[in-house]
Write a protein that binds this ligand. Sequence first.
Ligand code: SAH
Length: 231
Amino acid sequence: MPTDASRIRLILELRRAGIVDATVLAAIESVPRERFIPETFQDQAWEDIALPIGLGQTISQPRVVAMMTEALCVTKRHRVLEIGTGSGYQAAVLAHLCRRLYTIERHPALLARAEEILKALGFTNIVTRAGDGMAGWPELAPFDRILVTAAPRTPPQALLDQLSPAGGIMVIPMGETADSQHLWRITRTGGAFAREKLAAVRFVPLLPGLADDSKGDDGSWGNGSRGGAPR
Ligand code: SAH
């Protein structure tokens, strides 16, 4: 079981790493990260590292979650779209800060587990969908904020189209290879998109289509899930 000391240590580390937004730090402190992590890694749940969650995917490093969330400038008025639910951890952090959080995952097995945990934690403002996040969620657009947690080479056109023209903000990792990725913030004003390069990061690739989880690794934590290398 994680201790209060491990939580407090992480929050201090995030402050030292330059995270200043008190609402972001409070959200991270209040989401029990251990619930989103397999049994084997429980003792590292509050360390500032990415961890495997099965199906070759990872839960992001807390510092990166904090940095992305802060860069997104979220308020309680916002409807936010997340691409790449994964463990559901980033969704939980965002749901503390926004009005409603919509999240899309291409691995149905990962999504099912994330849904279960988010429900058990009592979230009522999270709406989930299994599908290809590259297409966004056109029926519910526009979104005030879009957070992408897997890396494409260039921003998917559908996501740009679904960003609110009234100052919508998208935070997205992009790069040609895993070694040359950066986090970008794209701000939309009418038809204009302003881009800012933030920090160097390492994300799993944004892949097209819905994944077929019926064969092999089912993403469960009990039977040899593979997991990606921590970034
Ligand atoms: N936000 C997650 C991080 C998950 S890693 C968390 O807090 O745990 C990135 C996730 O993006 C993976 O689960 C991967 O399956 C998913 N992904 C990759 N391409 C996608 C796509 N086109 N649509 C939806 N999800 C995608």
